[in-house]
Design a protein around this ligand. Structure first.
Ligand code: ARG
Length: 258
């Protein structure tokens, strides 16, 4: 009977999905088997990850990409990069769509509930970006204003603590700059190193350091799916080697000019 055949086919499919879910292969062994490590990132975050056309070809580059390449090299595999919205990174780790997220991501306690993090490799502070012509100079001036942030970031968290502002959450930081340019928002709350990079293009904007909005958060770390201590150890040894060899300093110089 046709119906039976269909039902048994469905059952077989369900069972094989369930079984594949059970096989607890670590990310590291999957990566080694496939010969590829997939990095997820949100490439709107210069100088850590951004798009640039090189020899007519769209390329994602930056500090985090150099770090990812060092990790791939250590593991003896190829690097593949997937560009997605920042909020998609942790779900993509959990579903195994990506092997590691490197996206200037702070290892916050909240995120630690869902993913594992490497040692920290960078720290940045929150700043406000406004038009040069703006009369916003301090936190008080922000009352009643609209502030753009990248959705799901520590800047988003910080903005939620500022009283009396409207928050415009955007998936891509580039859109925050277009919004500020067009006057749809009055300011962007973001991190200083990234603001520095954007301001090289947006000459009609400036950065304001506002002490009150900065609270101590853990630095940037590489995130992997939970339960992958073996991969975390490998990544930590790459970070340590980069620092010990002076390569880390060179990367800072190359990307931040520091
Ligand atoms: N450091 C911030 C955070 O962890 C923002 C990261 C945004 N990264 C990106 N590639 N757009 O929430």
């Amino acid at each position: 009977m046709k119906k039976r055949l269909i039902i048994s086919l469905i059952l077989v499919t369900i069972m094989s999905i369930a079984l594949s879910g059970c096989s607890k292969q670590s990310t590291l062994s999957r990566v080694k088997k496939s010969g590829v490590i997939v990095m997820g990132t949100s490439a709107d975050f210069p100088p850590f990850e951004f798009h640039k056309v090189v020899n007519g070809k769209d390329t994602i580059m930056g500090f985090d990409v150099d770090l990812a390449n060092a990790i791939a090299k250590k593991l003896g595999v190829k690097l593949e990069i997937k560009d997605m919205d920042f909020t998609g990174l942790i779900p993509a780790l959990q579903s195994g769509q990506i092997d590691m997220a490197i996206a200037g991501m702070n290892a916050t306690p909240e995120r630690k509930k869902n993913v594992d993090f490497s040692d920290e490799y960078y720290n940045s502070e929150q700043v406000l970006v406004v038009k040069n012509s703006s009369n916003i100079n301090n936190l008080n001036d922000l009352k009643g204003k609209t502030v753009a942030v990248q959705l799901g970031t520590t800047s988003d968290d910080a903005a939620k603590k500022i009283k009396g502002i409207d928050i415009k959450e955007l998936n891509r930081l580039g859109d925050a700059f277009l919004s500020l340019e067009n006057g749809r928002v009055d300011a962007i709350l973001m991190e200083s190193t990234i603001a520095d990079a954007y301001l090289k293009e947006y000459k009609d904007m400036k950065m304001l350091h506002i002490k009150e909005i900065n609270e101590a958060v853990p630095g940037y770390s590489v995130a992997v799916a939970k339960g992958n201590q073996d991969l975390v150890n490998q990544i930590n040894s790459v970070i340590k080697d980069l620092k010990d060899s002076g390569e880390y300093e060179k990367m800072l110089n190359k990307w931040m000019g520091k």
